[in-house]
Design a binder for this molecule. Structure first.
Ligand code: G3P
Length: 227
């Protein structure tokens, strides 16, 4: 499963872009508002950090069809070709998704809570649908199960639409959607770190260092190999 970073925090983006195999960054109005400052400058800086090949998903804030189209076109001309226009699922959103997809724009239909919404979004030509996992599970619905349903529907229909799961509150949810057949997941910094954190990994590494130093002192394998 491909991994994207769900934040607009520039320090986090710099860090995870350097160390983790992220394929892009996703934002939404709440994420941009959280950081403060100019959203346009922030998005330009994000594009600069991740380069022009990685994906940048930016959500529209317009709600009328013509304005959404204008906003989407402006977004892509400003932030480059690997920019995906996030549009919340709705009647107007579906109309805009169809029109933009027909024009060759990448659209991520977001705020998806059901497999039915995802199915219709894929019929409208969405590149991605973004099901919200923890927001679903918080309502006692089965967010992970919804991803499994979407994966089954997409597989049998042969659609090119991919699943970009979002809204995670635990690392286990991320693993569960991967097992359920999810193509991509966008994850915040805290959960991203949890995905690799393990105390037994840490103690194992400490043990390797201790055993090496007991046997070879301050010699390093690199130094010994170089003679
Ligand atoms: O990309 C938006 C989605 O991840 C929402 O996440 O944590 O606000 O439910 P959250």
């Amino acid at each position: 499963m491909r991994i994207l970073l769900d934040t607009a925090n520039l320090d986090s983006i710099r860090y995870f872009n350097e160390y983790y195999p992220i394929e892009g960054v996703t934002t939404n109005p709440t994420i941009l508002a959280r950081e403060g400052g100019s959203p346009v400058e922030m998005l330009k800086e994000i594009r600069k950090i991740i380069g022009d090949k990685k994906e940048l998903h930016i959500q529209v804030t317009e709600t009328e069809y013509d304005k959404i189209i204008e906003e989407a076109k402006t977004m892509v001309s400003l932030f480059g070709k690997n920019t995906f226009v996030k549009i919340p699922v709705s009647d107007v959103g579906l109309k805009a998704t169809k029109a933009l997809s027909d024009m060759g724009y990448g659209v991520t239909v977001t705020a998806v809570l059901t497999a039915a919404q995802a199915m219709i979004a894929s019929c409208a030509g969405a590149s991605y649908v973004a099901p919200y996992i923890s927001r679903s599970e918080n309502l006692c619905a089965d967010g992970v199960g919804t991803v499994a349903e979407i994966a089954t529907i997409f597989k049998s229909s042969g659609t090119k639409t991919q699943i970009l799961a979002a809204s995670f509150k635990t690392a286990k949810e991320v693993l569960d959607v991967a097992v359920a057949g999810c193509h991509s997941a966008t994850i915040g910094s805290t959960i991203m770190r949890m995905l690799i954190a393990h105390t037994t990994t840490d103690t194992s590494v400490l043990g390797f260092r201790r055993d090496w130093e007991e046997a070879f002192g301050d010699k390093t394998l690199l130094g010994l190999m170089k003679g």
